[in-house]
Design a binder for this molecule. Structure first.
Ligand code: C2O
Ligand code: CU
Ligand code: CU
Length: 491
């Protein structure tokens, strides 16, 4: 076998500036070298997947999971995976109330699953580790979409294979629209003023292949990359209309936590959390997204001159700062859109509706350094347990509301953030260490960052479907190494 080495000196050579500390997005004293060959390629916008049904009440799709290759770095060929293509996947677009059908064909020579992250879905069609599709096999979920407008995503979820398959390119967006979207005066023409941004970092071997080999540090800290891609493109440029633009941002990285903002520090407005519209737009200059989280934002380019170039900055938790992509202001927008006063109303779940409070402790390396090394990651636990598909960890009564209290005790050896994700439900955050969540987190959520030393209380209603679902850390190296459990909704 050919010996492979990591691409070294990537940061300086490629114009990235490493940050010594996290959380300072617009600090002074950092010089932006700018990418050497960057901001030339147009941002690829994943196509909307063709609906094979003619009836308005139906949405039928075909997804093929396949291998491919791609020039992700100039002059190098990277072996990849994709849905209906060589990297990432088409955007699935459905409407609330539609009958959703999809024929999935697995053309990989290994098992996979297709999980609908954030979707309220019957357990048998969730696409979690219990719904394996063998290499060469197929899978045919069919169910009704019962959910408001949101930007969700789909990705593989086979035990122990999730991280590697997502890393190689398996991820796509899943957009739900409804009557609320219809009525709002916001940008909603996909690829014109409404753009998906799938943000992911990667690292490479010198031959161009992904460096997903795992060592102990990778399992503990997650595989964190030194090259940043937006929709599978390095330093792309996006021509935007001189007006209001909507960005649907997914942190599609395996284990990175991002802080996202613009180089000119401009304000923007967050309009949606993981599970859809917030009640009112939230004015921000930067936004945190942990692995798996989404946000929709409105950015107004009306005040920029034609030809103006504005770049997007992405800071990695305890890592690099990337000038991720550039926006070039093109011709005047054909629509006139102001930031709406209000967006929707949310039925806030009340604490007194909860019939049960469950506690979850996310712990890394409880047994010390040697435990992690010898146990192959066996020390990543929730409530002291490593994932077993043969064990149901929690039973929840159908139709009830519960509070889940999730804590990340700062251990003596390791202080790691975790990103807790629940399948099937959209929850609401009650508090972080007793304090109300910040405006960015007020809304429907399916994934929540839990910093070391934090206890976060969430509230959710478990309705419509019985069956077995997952809850897990969405840092995929933690998930693959057992930081996951199963809850069963029972009638
Ligand atoms: Cu996005 Cu269980 O995963
Ligand atoms: Cu999920
Ligand atoms: Cu974790």
């Amino acid at each position: 076998m050919k010996r492979r080495t990591f691409v070294k000196g990537g940061l300086a050579a490629l114009g990235f500036t490493a940050l010594s500390s996290y959380g300072v997005l617009h600090s002074s004293g950092i010089s932006y070298a700018g990418p050497r060959n960057g901001f030339v390629d147009p941002l690829p916008v994943p196509p909307v997947l063709e609906n094979l049904s003619t009836g308005v009440d139906e949405a039928t799709f075909a997804l093929q999971v396949q291998r491919g290759s791609l020039e992700l770095l100039p002059g190098l060929v990277t072996p990849t995976m994709g849905y209906n293509g060589n990297f990432l996947g088409p955007t699935i677009k459905v409407r609330n109330g539609q009958q959703f059908k999809v024929n999935v064909q697995n053309d990989l020579n290994e098992p996979t699953t297709v999980h609908w992250h954030g979707l309220h879905v019957p357990a048998e069609w969730d696409g979690g580790p219990r719904q394996l599709i063998e290499g060469g096999g197929s899978w045919h979920p069919e169910f009704t979409i019962k959910q408001q407008a949101a930007t969700l995503w789909y990705h593989p979820h086979a035990m122990g294979l999730t991280g590697a398959q997502v890393y190689q390119g398996l991820a796509g967006l899943f957009i739900i629209e409804d009557e609320v979207t219809d009525k709002l005066n916001i940008p909603k023409t996909y690829g014109v003023d409404d753009f998906p941004l799938v943000i992911q970092d990667r690292r490479f071997f010198q031959d161009g292949s992904f460096a997903y080999a795992q060592n102990m540090m990778d399992i503990v800290h997650g595989v964190v990359g030194n090259h940043l891609f937006v929709n599978g493109s390095l330093w792309p440029n996006l021509e935007v209309p001189q007006g209001m633009v909507r960005l649907r941002i997914l942190n599609g990285s395996n284990s990175s936590i991002y802080r996202i903002g613009f180089r000119d520090d401009r304000t923007f407005y967050q309009i949606a959390t993981d599970g859809g519209f917030q009640e009112k737009p939230v004015k921000l200059t930067s936004l945190f997204l942990s692995a798996g989280e989404r946000a929709e934002i409105l950015v107004d380019f009306a005040g920029d001159s034609q030809g103006a170039k504005i770049s997007l900055l992405v800071d990695q938790y305890a890592g690099n700062r990337f000038e991720a992509m550039q926006f070039t202001v093109a011709t005047a927008s054909s629509t006139s859109i102001a930031v709406p006063e209000s967006l929707t109303t949310i039925d806030w779940l009340q604490e007194n509706e909860s019939v049960k409070t469950r506690k979850f402790v996310m712990e890394s390396m409880g047994g010390g350094r040697m435990g992690m090394m010898s146990g192959g990651g066996g020390r990543l636990t929730i409530n002291g347990k490593n994932m077993s598909i043969y064990r149901i960890d929690e039973q929840v009564k159908l139709g009830t509301t519960e509070i889940w209290e999730i804590s990340n005790p700062s251990g003596m050896m390791m202080r790691l953030p975790h990103s807790m994700h629940l399948h099937d439900v959209q929850f609401q955050i009650l508090d972080r260490n007793g304090r109300a969540p910040s405006p960015e987190e007020r809304g429907r959520k399916d994934t929540v960052l839990i910093q070391p030393g934090e206890t976060v209380r969430i509230i959710a209603k478990f309705e419509d479907y019985t069956g077995i679902y997952m809850y897990h850390c969405h840092l995929l190296e933690h998930e693959d190494n057992g930081m996951m459990g199963q809850f069963e909704v029972v009638s």
